[in-house]
Structures are given as C-alpha cells and as structure tokens.
Write a protein that binds this ligand. Structure first.
Ligand SMILES: Nc1ncnc2c1ncn2[C@@H]1O[C@H](COP(=O)(O)OP(=O)(O)OP(=O)(O)O)[C@@H](O)[C@H]1O
Ligand SMILES: [Mg+2]
Length: 652
C-alpha cells in the first residue's frame, strides 16, 4: 500500500521561551491514496496547524512528514511551492479568492504558476467551473458571487493542477447548511474519482461523510477510526501538464510575466490617486532633467550660432595681456603696418585693422551716442556681414581716406523711418561729416558686441587722420584660411607679432576656442543641474519604495494565497518589481510629456531660442526611471517574496 501522507512523531511548538506552546504532540498517522479523511476536534486542538504542515505551508518542529514520498523538511521554499503546485489543492474556510480576479482567472491561477499556456488555462478553468455548476459565472468577480459559489470557485482552483490531494479546512464553516451539503457532495464525488481528501471540521455531521475520522484533542490524536470503505486506488483524470519542451517552458514563463504585469496594472489602477502621487517625484525629476538638457542644448546651439555670426575662423588681436588690462590703452605698438604684414601671410585670408571711438552722432536734429569703428575694406568678409542697402567701402576708399560711413541696423532704425533711403545722407560724428554709403542687415545675436549699441563703420584711415588723429590702432581682426587650423594660425601670428614688437604686448581671441569654451561650459552646467534634478529622482524613488512597502503589507494575504497555489518566491518578487518599475516608467513617461509641454509653452513665451529635445536624452531618462524602479522596488519585492506563506495567509 502506498501512502500519500506519512506523518511520524510530528511535534509543533509556537513561540519562544515562557510563551512557548506545544500545539501538536507526537502526531503519527498515514493516509492512503484515494482516502477521504476527516480531522475533527475542538477549537484550538491543532487541526489547522496539522493541516498547514500537511499542506507544506508550515513546517513541524520535529518529526517526519512525507507528502507523496517527499520528506518536506528536506525541501527548500521553491521546491515546496512546486510540490504544492503539483499535488495539493487547498480549500479554505473563507475561500481566499483574489478580489480583483474573475472566477475564471481565480480558478486558473495555479496553472499560471505551473507554467501552463494561456488558452489551455482558461479552457480548463472554464471546464472545471462548468462541472461545478458555474457555467454562467466565468467573468464574475468574487464580490459578485454568493458564499457557496465562491467556495465552488475555490474547489475548481484546487482542481486546476490536478489536486491529487485536496486539503479542506472547514470548507463548510462559512456556508449555510444547503450550500455546505452541496460542497460536501462535490468533495465526495471528487473522492470517488480518485482524489485524496482531507477535511478539517469540528462538526460530526460533516465528518460522517468521510471514510475515516481522526480526532485531535489538545494536540494529540485520541481516536482514529474507519467508518466507511476505502475507495480502491483509482487512476485520476490527469490535468493538462505544461509542456517541458524548451519553447513551451519559455511560453510558460512569458505567461507568468504577463500575469504579473496585468496584476501590476490592476494594482495601479485600483489606487489611481495614490499611484499618481507616488509617481510625482519621478515625474518632477524626469521632467526637470529632460527640460534642463533641452534648455541647455537650445541655448548652446543659439550661442554657437551667434559665435558663428561673429565670423567663423576669425582671430582678434587686441592690445594688452587680456581683457581688463588697464594699461592696454597706452600700448601703441599695434599698427596698420602689423595688419598689412599679417595680410601677406599664407595662412590668413583677410585682415582688417580696427580702431574704435565713441562719440556723438548727429543727424538732422537727432544726437545719439554711437561707436565709430575704423576698419579696413576686408572687415566685411572677415565678419561675414550682409548689406541691407548700398555697399561697403573698398580699397580705394580706404586709401583715399574717403569720408564714407556704413551704419548698422540699430543706427538706421534710430535715425531713419522704416524703408527710408539712407544712402547719400550726411551724418556728423564728432562734428566731422560722413556720407552714408551702406546699411548693414539686422544681425540677430544675443552674444558678442553690443546688441543695442549703435555701430557705424568708416575707413580706418579716415577715422585716424580726420577724426581722432590717432597713430595706432586698437585691434586687428584676421580671417584664417579655410584649410588652416585656427590654433596653428594663432600660434604663427603670435610668433610673428612678438618678433616685430620684441615682446608679447597683445593677446588673441579665437572664435574657435570661444566656441569650445562655450560648449564645455554649457555641457558642465547641464551636467551640474541634471545632477541636482537627479536628487529629485532619488527622492521620488524613495517615495516609490515607501508605497511599495505599504502595498506589500496591504496585499500580504494575497501573497499568501498565491504562494499556497504554487507561486515561487521568484514569481512574487517579479510581480512587485514589475509594479515598481511600471510606476517609475509611467512616471518617467509623464515626466517627459510634461517637459515637452513645458517646451511648447517656453517656445511661445521666449523667442530667443527654442528648447531642443534629443531622443537620446529622453531614452536615457526612461531607462533611468526603470533603474530607479528596480533599485527602490527591490527591498519591498524581496520582503514580499520572503514572506512565510502561513504567516501571510493568517494576516487579515
Ligand atoms: N502562529 C501561532 N503562534 C502561536 N500560537 C498559535 C499560532 N497558530 C496557532 N496557535 C495556537 O495553536 C493552537 C492550535 O491552533 P489551530 O489553529 O491549529 O486550532 P484549530 O484546531 O484549527 O482551531 P479552530 O477549530 O478554532 O480553527 C491554538 O491554541 C492557537 O492559539
Ligand atoms: Mg482552524
């Protein structure tokens, strides 16, 4: 005779030290395949404790318990889960259905953890429900079912994976007598089909249906009598088994993953406001990181464009040792001759000397303060300027010290009404007349020489000889030949001028290096501010962790039920991790959306530059939020996975 349950010298203690109670005292008995056993006894006699040990939900303090030949003390949590999944079906007094799942889904749950494919799963679940008279209740939630119906769903769940051994703890306890009778008839029928049934009850009428009655009193077996025939061991109809083929095992894992995912979505939807508040930290964090990067990129691109507008590949040679050198104004070594020599160098394309003066500009009855720039004829090319009206002065004008002036857009709009022809008009700068021969196009720039300053340009010869009388110039601007490295040219012209001046009494500004500086500064700034925004992400992560811990506590009973029907620690862990990641991912998506919205508003309010979003930054933000979900979801998920099934089930 083979036994499905063998208990030898089982002792169970609860508690520690003085509070230690001896609940099961040297319990030994065996149960044959196909038997129907009732365990009866008064309240507190240890019936449920014994049942939990048989069901591999709890372990004995001493003694040996063999279920289906396996010594349960030798199995780890996952092997016990597998044993429960394979052989045992539980029927609880309070049904223990998951409230958010339909009757079919509740029934099918054990098969999810056994790895059965989805279509097979629901087909079998619906077959079982139909057999139990619930053919019209497939999609109903537990709250939409009566107690007797719920208990029948839980019987179907116990049969889902086969349920060779069915453990029913007070299955009729919460039911009226008619429903209770119905449940007992079902159990008897199952027994006839070959299921081994253990039922716990304190009701002798209920026990009388069984073929064998074991009576517990104060933790001891005081009676064990056979009251009916032992059904001959029969082959049971086999439950569909998950295929062990590699492909199917993968599909099974996928089904478990999907189940975990659906559960997570349901959990999130069940607490919409709470989920949203939990996400807030993540939303703000991601939105700020993405926005900062977009703002940084946008402003950087604008500044670079401005620098390019100053002229690409230009080098300015200024007097002194650097900006703010107060002796610079007294240095008189930088001359037009220097500019001419530089103009002959092969690495230089264009050159212009500059001398600038501020003074009063008079036109009709307007007097304005303006900057007069004395420049060479190549200034136009060097600075890549465009004309709105007229022309720039040429080599002959410079040689002839012609009293010509080119005015910029600002000056034009101050002196003339829009569209008015400025060419040929005479302006007075420091009482010296200059004839306007050209007007520059509006150069939009937020960086560089004066956006609101008034600039007028005249040949440097004219400025030096006719207006200021200066013998030296204030700076030289050169445009480097396209195929020459700006740094190389800078080095060479520095050597040349140092040799001419016998010392280096000037400094150079290279737009290329300015651009690099701007790039690296804004890059550093972006990184810095993103770093600060990351702190908000971490705070958000802690919020997620907090809510996940609450969620685990709230759903402890659910975790217990899942473990009882065969969920492994891995499955539970996965479910809560997915939930944490999902919250963070949705938060991340909302954050990116918020940032895009901000970008649209920003674009409407600020016209200087747009926010520039890179896909790359958004992808990184989403990956970041998932990682935060994993990191901060880990502890709650592990707590959930490590719950002891029996403690979890006992939690109200
Ligand atoms: N986790 C626990 N910690 C401490 N004592 C416990 C624990 N679980 C059960 N006990 C004690 O063990 C004894 C047996 O409990 P058990 O639940 O097995 O009784 P029962 O026979 O199922 O009673 P009832 O018919 O009321 O369900 C009781 O005295 C109970 O107080
Ligand atoms: Mg009990």
């Amino acid at each position: 005779m083979s036994y499905i349950i063998e208990l030898a010298g089982i002792n169970k203690f609860f508690g520690q030290g003085a509070g230690r109670v001896h609940v099961l005292k040297d319990v030994s008995f065996s149960v044959e395949h196909g038997d129907f056993v009732a365990i009866i006894g008064q309240s507190g006699s240890g019936k449920s404790t014994l049942m939990n040990i048989i069901g591999c939900l709890d372990t004995q303090t001493s003694g040996v318990c063999r279920i289906d030949g396996d010594n349960t003390a030798e199995l780890g949590p996952d092997q016990l889960a597998a044993l429960r999944s394979r052989s045992i079906g539980f029927i609880f007094q309070r049904y223990n259905l998951l409230p958010s799942l339909s009757a079919t889904e509740n029934t099918a749950l054990p098969a999810v953890y056994a790895g059965l494919a989805g279509t097979q799963r629901s087909a079998r679940a619906q077959q079982l429900l139909t057999d139990l008279g619930l053919g019209d209740k497939f999609v109903n939630l537990p709250t939409e079912l009566s107690g007797g119906q719920q208990q029948r769903v839980s019987i179907a769940r116990a049969l889902m994976n086969g349920g060779r051994l069915i453990l029913a703890d007070e299955p009729t306890g919460a039911l009226d007598s008619k429903s209770g009778e119905n449940v007992l008839q079902i159990l008897k029928e199952l027994n006839r089909r070959g299921h081994t049934i253990i039922i716990v009850t304190h009701d002798h009428n209920v026990a009388s249906h069984a073929g064998r009655i074991i009576e517990l009193h104060d933790g001891k077996v005081i009676a064990d009598q056979r009251t009916g025939p032992l059904a001959p061991a029969r082959e049971m109809a086999a439950a569909p088994q998950p295929s062990q083929a590699r492909h199917h095992r993968f599909v099974g894992r996928l089904a478990q993953f999907r189940e975990a995912f659906t559960m997570s979505v349901q959990a999130m939807l069940a607490h919409k406001l709470r989920s949203l508040l939990t996400m807030l930290g993540i939303i703000i964090g991601i939105a700020s990181v993405v926005s900062v990067v977009a703002l940084g990129t946008g402003s950087q691109q604008q500044i670079i464009a401005d620098i390019n507008a100053m002229g690409t590949n230009t080098i300015d040679i200024m007097r002194g040792s650097g900006f703010g050198d107060r002796r610079a104004g007294r240095i008189r070594t930088l001359t037009v001759a220097d500019a001419n020599i530089l103009g002959k160098q092969p690495y230089i394309a264009n050159v212009t000397p500059n001398t600038s003066n501020t003074g009063d500009l008079v036109y009709r009855n307007n007097t304005l303060s303006a900057m007069l720039n004395g420049v060479g004829e190549q200034y136009f090319e060097v600075k890549a300027l465009a004309m709105a009206q007229g022309r720039f002065f040429d080599h002959n004008d410079v040689r002839a010290t012609a009293s010509y002036a080119v005015i910029d857009h600002n000056t034009y709009s101050q002196l003339f009404s829009p569209g008015e022809d400025a060419l040929g008009k005479i302006i007075l700068f420091r009482q010296k007349p200059l004839r306007i021969i050209g007007v520059l196009k509006d150069q939009e720039r937020t960086f560089g020489p004066g956006s609101s300053n008034l600039n007028i340009y005249a040949p440097y010869t004219t400025v030096m000889r006719r207006i200021t009388g200066a013998k030296f110039i204030s700076s030289i601007t050169v445009k480097v030949n396209d195929h020459v490295m700006p740094l190389m040219a800078e080095k060479k012209l520095t050597e040349l001028l140092t040799a001419r001046h016998k010392k280096q009494d000037f400094f150079t500004i290279n737009t290329d290096s300015i651009r690099k500086t701007v790039e690296s500064t804004t890059g550093t700034l972006k990184l810095l501010i993103s770093g600060i925004a990351l702190i908000s992400l971490v705070v958000g992560g802690i919020g997620v962790m907090n809510i996940m811990l609450v969620s685990v506590t709230e759903r402890t009973r659910e975790i217990g039920v899942r473990m009882a029907v065969g969920a492994k620690q891995r499955n539970i862990m996965e479910q809560f991790l997915i939930e944490a990641v999902l919250i963070c991912m949705v938060g991340g998506l909302l954050g990116v959306g918020l940032s895009r919205l901000f970008g649209v508003v920003f674009g409407m309010l600020v016209s200087n530059f747009p926010m520039v979003y890179s896909t790359w930054a958004m992808v990184v933000a989403l990956v970041c939020s998932s990682v935060i979900g994993i990191i901060f979801g880990f502890v709650p998920a592990r707590n959930a996975a490590r719950l002891n099934p029996i403690d979890a089930l006992a939690r109200e």
